[in-house]
Ligand binder design. Sequence first.
Ligand code: SAH
Length: 282
Amino acid sequence: MRASEIFRKYDIMPNKKLGQHFLIDKNIIRKEVELAEVRKDDVILEIGAGFGMLTEELLEHAKKVIAIEKDPKLVEVLGEEFESQIEEGRLEVIEGDVLEIEFPFFTKCVSNIPYSISSPIVEKLCNYGKDSTLCVQKDFGERLVAHPGDRNYSRITVLVRFYFEPYYIYTVSRSCFLPTPKVDSCIVRLIPRKEHPVSMRDRECFFGMVRALFTHKKKSVKNAFFSSRVFLGLEKEDAKKVFEHVPYADRKVFQLSMEELVGIFEWCKDQKLKFGKTKNVS
Ligand code: SAH
């Protein structure tokens, strides 16, 4: 499959709103699938399949590919270009918005995702907890693998590390895409953790606490909690008294490791402080 031919044949005009920057370098695509360790028995979820450059490579290695694509025109292209694989049941194309669809069964996710919704996509993938190899904007990839104290260590870093061991695999030059984006990209792999830092029963509450803290990530722990006191229904004076004794009180939020966050969470539980459900925003 050659990108230029497909563009001409179907008269494709990349849609900026849908973040359409197509990865057209065959070598990079091959390398991505190789590093994702796609096996013959894998059912691969591909988010934002475009006109199917990556899909084609995935079909060569996996048992089945489930491709989600929002653009009806591209769904049509996929239908024509992969007619036989669809008939054989090796490719299933789902037209729709990745954020609104409940994913069918899959064993791994390999995708070049639309960058404007990277954060909610990764959050959604957290709920499935499957091995995921993703091409994302370089900045975003660096954020996923950031360490405590790094400028870009953030809520999504903590969220991802709760479920996965994240790896930055390699940088992909912007010149490998059509049309050329303004920034470089990278491939990251998220390998599921066998054990989670807190029990699954407590995770909503834990993420609620993480949100309350990271909304003020440059503040000290006690000041961040104090600023988020409305979420806990605490009055000024009570909040001041309670958070005076929080562990790591004077440490900056963005310097906290997962273990330290868990320590703070245990303390909050002892104090009967309850954090509500989190919403899907970064
Ligand atoms: N994977 C392709 C295309 C990447 S561009 C490639 O490697 O070349 C991102 C793709 O995601 C586009 O095809 C775009 O139409 C699609 N897309 C954008 N928003 C989407 C959404 N909310 N749900 C599903 N697909 C989406």
